[in-house]
Design a binder for this molecule. Sequence first.
Ligand code: MSP
Length: 494
Amino acid sequence: MNSKVKKFYITTPIYYVNDRMHLGHAYTTIAADVLARYHRLKGERVFFLTGTDEHGGKIEKAAEKLGKSPKQLCDDNVRRFKKGWEKLNISYDNFIRTTDSYHEEAVKKALEILHKKGLIYKGVYRGLYCLGCEQYKTESDLVNGKCPDHKKKPEIIEEESYLFRLSKFGEEIRKKIKQDELLIRPEDKKKEVLEFLKGGLKDISISRKKVKWGIPLPFAPHLTTYVWIEAFLNYLTGVGWEGNPKKLPEFWPADVHLMAKDIARVHATIWPAVLLGLEIALPKQIFVHGYFTIEGQKMSKSLGNVIWPEELIEKFGVDGTRYLLLSACCFGKDGDISWGKLKEKYNADLAKGIGNLVSRVITIGETLGFKSEALKLRQVHSTEIGKQIDATWKNYERAFDEFKLDKALDSIWKLIAFCDQYIEKKRVWEESKEQKICVLCLLYTISEIAKMLESFLPETSNKILCQLGLKSDEKKCVFAVEKKESLFPRLNSK
Ligand code: MSP
């Protein structure tokens, strides 16, 4: 492997398997997939890690309710997650399960190290615990005495416990975040974390007495490991770490951990502290995207408003789903969706926008008999359309550099709108002296659009290139157009 080639290591959170995957999981994972594909296309060495978080009381209880063993529940839901990712064209390099033995073994080694260094010590822990979050809460986290996310009163837990000296690392972490050594983006999320860190950090319990479904603590095997501690370590074990801080995987440190705001704070406190304790470099960036609500409400099974990715795929297709989720809101800000809004956008941007443009231009190309029609690239470069393409690539790349995925899409759709106007302005359907070159320029623009779409909508990109019958070298493009089925059939108003 060529070590001079830039590497890009991206992770999603590992998802809880108490249920099947929902739209929120799909959003993060599609976004990570788009970023992974983009960096691969740039020629970088990419590692894209996703997976499942399988231990802990929450899974144990969910399994009990269903009359299954925890392992059985995990296996069943992992199958559903994997099937979903396959359908959605998710190009992950590894799918880690925290019940995989390679993960469990490395976790035990890491815990031994922290214990030997005195960073894990025995004590008694008393605190308010929310099972839904699998996290201890402070009074100030609660609204009317309840967890604001799960609307339940946390339980008071007091038990013999092993604690991690989180308090030792608060100041160092605060400095690193402040100086962007550990980048937290968007800026408002960085501010929130810094504000929280001002108060210092308290030691946390990393063992569970009552939870049986977990990794036994190597130095106290009658206790299991707190699920978050081991879950974080997936980011290392998932790229081959075996538990030795002196032997780090070539992909470490992660270039970006992607997640929503619900778990940003733990990622910006406990995770860096564990790494500092193990004397391992911190990840480069934590990027926090927004949270989806459905028609203004939190998506929840009890409200009956959950949108399952399978339903979206059924209605809008795989690429339709990928597009609609990523364009639904500004990446990094919260968003609200509804079936009505999604359908409207599908018809406007996909059926009418890209679908209509490709179909129109290919039809004209066919009428003109473009079976092997060449366009010299210098014929495009100085034209208004050529300039538009260059400007679009610039905006597109800038958007990617800043993780503004919706903006990258926006720049492509502006180019689509430009093409629509160009068709009207030049009346390219009419026979004229200029007609042939204008249609060739449009075909070329569509081929560039297909390239820009490759990370977002890989199937559509491929379908467009097939219809164009494009063969190109540095100097020219040759088109052999052939109309195929419509990219995004219009949905009726029902
Ligand atoms: N298992 C932990 C993560 C451990 S990572 C070391 C966990 N799992 S989770 O299944 O609850 O997934 C949370 C993540 O799912 C969020 O951070 C986000 O990436 C995604 N989303 C879940 N619901 C979402 C929305 N409603 N909107 C956007 N993303 C959402 O936390």
